[in-house]
Write a new protein. Structure first.
Length: 278
């Protein structure tokens, strides 16, 4: 087995070293840095966890690792692995910072008797069912590991961090995305005097489209192609759905200062027609 050369000690249980490519890594293990100093060599088999993050996230993670117990980073890695398995894909590495920090801060709150209600619980359950399921699993893991009453509200907070890591936006933008999804759904409900069937495939496809549609608006990345001829055909086939789309277009222009192009209107109309039909 090889050795890690200590570059900087974060606490008794963590230090910064470098990998074979010369990139910084955070090495963790119980008492692994105790009575050591920079330049010392530590056998690799003593490491319990090794974190390799990009330069952008490495500094933030080192700052976090320096002030929290190692057990939270280990617990977070377990939760992230569970979430990636459930969500069937890798999450942005920033999740190692946001989830670890959230769990640690929430644990401190709970022990101080401060329990925060999630005002967007209903929306998160409805619009992000997969991420919410991952949040419930994560909350159960925290309950078991820390003996804290993490429940639905906390699962919803964790779910938003998973959404953030999937979409590649900041957490405050996730709230904006969720509010925009709510506004679009409200317009469709009012326009057609209907309620959605959250168990239907049409609803799942509709919400998925609206979620990524809202993400594009937040990031300023829009469909550039002009499908005006196809939009004309769709508009003729689904006039009510298109009229609803125009209401959404007016809302977006009012709130975001952007007028949807024909490509965005086309796909939105198709999904509205499908979900209202069912």
């Amino acid at each position: 087995m090889g050795v890690y050369i200590i570059r900087r000690i974060l606490n008794n249980n963590a230090f910064v070293s470098t990998d074979e490519q010369g990139k910084e890594i955070v090495v963790m293990g119980k008492g692994i840095a105790f009575q050591h100093t920079s330049g010392d060599r530590v056998p690799q088999q003593r490491a319990e966890q090794v974190f390799r993050l990009s330069e952008e996230n490495s500094g933030r993670f080192q700052e976090l690792a320096a002030r929290i117990p190692m057990s939270y980073a280990v617990l977070s890695e377990k939760i992230i692995q569970q979430a990636e398995k459930r969500l069937k894909g890798p999450l942005n590495e920033s999740i190692y910072i946001t989830i670890t920090d959230h769990i640690y801060s929430a644990a401190q709150r709970y022990r101080d008797g401060l329990v925060i209600k999630n005002t967007m619980l209903w929306e998160i359950q409805r619009y992000y069912p997969d991420e919410y399921a991952a949040g419930l699993e994560a909350a159960a893991t925290v309950r078991e590991a820390l003996d804290l009453p993490f429940a639905e509200d906390e699962a919803a907070f964790l779910a938003l961090h998973f959404v953030n890591a999937e979409l590649g936006v900041e957490i405050n933008q996730v709230y904006e995305v969720t509010e925009l999804i709510q506004s679009v759904c409200d317009i469709v409900r009012r326009h057609f005097s209907m309620e959605f069937d959250p168990t239907s495939m049409a609803y799942y496809r509709f919400i998925t489209h609206v979620k990524f549609f809202a993400q594009r608006l937040m990031l300023g990345s829009y469909y550039e192609e002009d499908d005006s001829e196809l939009l004309d055909a769709i508009r003729a086939k689904h006039p009510d759905a298109y009229a609803c789309t125009r209401e959404i277009t007016d809302l977006i222009e009012q709130k975001r200062g952007y007028r949807l192009g024909s490509e965005e209107e086309l796909y939105l109309t198709v999904h509205i027609a499908r979900v209202t039909k069912h």
